[in-house]
Design a protein around this ligand. Structure first.
Ligand code: MG
Length: 415
């Protein structure tokens, strides 16, 4: 999708897959076509749950894989409901409990850190939805694309770490990366039917997080509880903290760079507190296109799953008459120093973005456990980037090594 914004999805056969699945059909099929088999990575998280809500409404999908981290009870509940061919849990300790709970349902059970990636590589499915958080999402993305299977991608870290590698693989196998991140879904929709060379700039919108009206001094010492109160989106802890530092927007700049092949100097962000405009594109003739609506992740999820068609499913009734006034502000770089790090690593290339992401994940963990102040998240990441010796990112192993190095470095960093 980088250069021409293609209008059709090609689902390649993947006869080499070795694992045959039992799948369960639910809902009614609005498009009246044969069902697609879907693998959902991060099934118990916010994106995974909302994906299943969408599937329930639109029908036409069989669930082949449900993959979760450690929320065993929620996974059991979803597995009983959807009867996928395989369920996986990253936390190995619950393997027996999971297996016993699903006994007799003809569901293959796997647990362990590599269980999601194994399912991505082995199970028969037609489309993946990756809603995992952090670097854990990288290998499932890699395996889906390597097999020529389309990837509805909410896990931005896959592209941040390995954008060039994944684009290269997708080009080779014919698989498509279908953005689920709301801002990228908006840009994708704005670019349909347009020529990428006519793009003047992309404007990614940001809510500004919970600290938009706080002073830099107040933000410096904000508590985890305060940082976890996102004004518009209900998301997991890591992405909510990333929204408070605006690192999330930085990662989205890198994500947009890889998805649309637009140079970083043509990608900007604007604070838009009410999150009605999900992002916009300015063209060389001064025209702007934007995608708007009351925020609801079910919209970008449904758009990616049904692409190139639009499914007649509205998450809720929406009317511009109910929208608040649309205001936009510059990003205050002094308040949000993390944001600029994205441009810094895009300039560097190589393994720098993997280090940025690894350092951020580790710094957010340290902050949430009370180990560092909110204001120190930036200095931890910046110090890690400055100490990193940049290398070529030619393989998945290269970026995983850089990510691990960054995490270890952050853990040992005295603050
Ligand atoms: Mg987003």
């Amino acid at each position: 999708m980088r250069s021409n914004v293609p209008e059709c999805v090609s689902l390649l056969a993947h006869a080499e897959a070795s694992f045959s699945t039992q799948v369960h059909k639910v809902g009614f099929n609005l498009s009246n076509k044969s069902s697609k088999r879907i693998a959902i990575f991060g099934a118990t998280g916010s994106i995974g749950r909302q994906t299943l809500e969408v599937l329930e409404k639109i029908g036409g999908f069989d669930v082949a894989v449900l993959s979760a981290g450690s929320r065993i009870n929620e996974l059991i509940e979803l597995a009983v409901r959807w009867k996928p061919g395989r369920v996986t849990l990253a936390d190995k300790r619950y393997y027996s409990q999971l297996k016993n709970a699903l006994f007799g349902l003809r569901i293959n059970v796997d647990a362990g850190k590599d269980a999601a990636a194994k399912a991505a590589a082995e199970v028969d499915y037609d489309i993946a939805l990756n809603g995992l958080v952090g670097v854990a999402g990288l290998l499932p993305s890699y395996h889906s694309l390597s097999r020529g299977i389309d990837l509805a991608l909410a896990n931005k870290e896959s592209l941040v770490l390995a954008g060039e590698i994944l684009n290269r693989i997708a080009e080779q196998t014919g698989a498509q990366i279908l953005p689920v991140d709301s801002e990228h879904s908006a840009i994708w929709q704005c670019l349909r039917g347009e020529d990428i060379k006519d793009v003047e700039r992309l404007i990614i919108t940001a809510s500004g997080g919970p600290f938009r009206e706080w002073s830099a001094e107040q933000i410096e010492v904000a508590t985890p509880e305060e940082a976890l109160k996102h004004p518009t989106w209900k998301m997991g802890a890591k992405i909510t903290i990333d929204s408070a530092t605006l690192m999330n927007k930085g990662l989205e700049v890198i994500e947009a760079y890889h998805l649309f092949g637009i140079p970083s100097e043509k990608i900007e962000a604007r604070i838009h507190p009410v999150s009605i405009v999900h992002s916009m594109v300015e063209f060389v003739d001064g025209s702007f296109k934007a995608q708007l609506g009351t925020p609801d992740m079910k919209h970008p999820i449904s758009y990616a799953l049904n692409y190139p068609e639009r499914c007649p499913f509205k998450p809720k009734k929406d009317d511009p008459i109910d929208w608040p006034a649309l205001e936009f502000f510059e990003v205050d770089k002094a308040k949000y120093p993390c944001f600029d790090l994205a441009y810094k690593v895009l300039k560097k290339g190589g393994t720098a973005a993997a280090v940025l992401n690894g350092a951020d994940e580790a710094a957010v963990e340290r902050f949430l456990s009370g180990g560092i102040k909110f204001g120190e998240i930036f200095s931890v990441i910046n110090k890690t980037l400055n100490r990193h010796v940049n290398c070529n990112a030619d393989s998945i192993e290269d970026v995983i090594m850089a990510d691990s190095w960054a995490r270890e470095f952050v853990k040992g960093l005295k603050m």
